[in-house]
Design a protein. Structure first.
Length: 365
């Protein structure tokens, strides 16, 4: 492969936004490809843009000696991450917001890097793409998010591992539901989209799956559950996404001490509605951050290895300011603005929705 002339033969990598399973597998692939194929050195910037704002900049060298196959299995990110502290609107102790982007760019320049590979979701893509543009930093984005809501890629790193966790939880809920003749409501993450809910619902044989993309009618949900009971099946599983809106049009969220409002709790509201309307005994499980932790599933290891190594190829070819994506089973890349700040929900005419309907899963509509 013809190699573009780099000035420092040194590239940087960081992880940004919420963590997920598979980040370390991507870091390993970037390190291996850069060193083995192109003779580059690799610098891991710690704590994303927060690390670039510190002096000295926080980083660690990534080498063949300190990055090994254990990274494939390791949860979290060895580079740490942040999902707040946008350098363009950095929250200051007095409550004001300050533009600290010039400091982040200086931090990058202090490391003498030819390019930056940022592993992140749509929010990170927006911030990192802008930072890269303003600092003339050649940039490649690698998609990750358990929510799987990044535009242009069929799969983001972390999504399938989160689905595996949800399926495992559902598999554990079903026997106890059957033993007690209960309706179990499993609330999963996903923010404004229902990818985790629908995929895990199909894989675990849920009776009802509620997602933000499809407004639900509680009468239809309860009619579906009553019909199931009438057939002698006295237990049920309802999977709902945390971003589902109630009849009021509102999501259920909680204001935390740091001022952030985070989704959570819609499962309890839905369980209550079901109990009142059907008389069924209901229980709720909120999976939360366990969906982000633990070892990545095999698919995420393969995806992370593919996307990470391909990102290095693009840097070596001088084909930067792009996002690497997995589309129709192929690795390819798209311009940054096709991904930055964009989200991709479930399509109502998409395969997952069709598959769910084909096997009789009630989607609440
Ligand atoms: O975007 C990933 C995600 O895990 C969402 O599914 C969830 O709503 C959110 O992040 C939780 O964020 P935090 O880690 O800040 O609690």
């Amino acid at each position: 492969m013809s190699q573009f002339k780099l000035k420092h033969n040194r590239i940087g990598v960081l992880t940004s936004g919420g963590d997920c399973a598979g980040l370390n597998a991507a870091i390993r692939a970037i390190t291996y490809r850069a060193i083995q194929e192109y003779g580059l050195s690799v610098v891991g910037i710690l704590a994303s843009t927060a690390g670039l704002l510190e002096r000295p900049v926080r980083y660690r060298d990534l080498t063949l000696e300190n990055v090994d196959s254990a990274y494939l299995r390791k949860g979290g990110t060895v580079l740490e991450t942040v999902n707040k502290g946008n350098p363009f609107e950095y929250p200051m102790p007095d409550g004001s917001l300050k533009d600290r982007s010039a400091e982040a760019i200086e931090g990058f320049q202090a490391l003498h890097l030819d390019a930056l590979i940022g592993i992140g979701g749509d929010g990170s893509a927006r911030i990192l793409a802008r930072l890269a543009k303003e600092g003339s930093i050649p940039f490649i984005g690698v998609p990750k998010t358990i929510d799987n809501d990044l535009a242009e890629t069929d799969f983001a790193i972390g999504y399938m591992s989160a689905v595996e966790v949800a399926v495992d939880a559902a598999d554990r809920l079903q026997p106890t539901a059957a033993s007690h003749r209960r309706t179990m409501v499993l609330e999963v993450m996903g923010r404004d989209v229902g990818w985790i809910a629908l995929a895990s619902g199909i894989a675990s044989g849920a009776d009802v799956v509620l997602v933000p993309e499809i407004p639900f009618n509680i009468d239809k949900v309860c009619a579906h559950l009553r019909a199931r009971h009438a057939r002698g099946q006295n237990h049920a599983l309802v999977v709902c996404s945390e971003g589902v809106r109630l009849a009021s049009g509102q999501t259920v969220s909680h204001a935390f001490a740091d001022g952030e409002i985070r989704l959570g709790g819609v499962g309890a509201a839905i369980a209550d509605l079901i109990a009142r309307n059907t008389g069924a005994e209901t229980r709720v499980t909120v999976l939360g951050h366990v969906q982000r932790g633990g070892a990545p599933c095999a698919f995420d290891r393969i995806l992370a290895t593919s996307l990470g190594s391909y990102a290095v190829d693009l840097v070596a070819q001088g084909k930067t300011d792009r996002y690497v994506v997995w589309k129709f089973g192929q690795l390819t890349s798209v311009p940054l603005d096709a991904v930055a700040g964009k989200t991709r929900g479930l399509r109502l005419d998409g395969q997952l929705v069709h598959t769910a309907r084909r096997v009789g899963i009630c989607l609440g509509d």
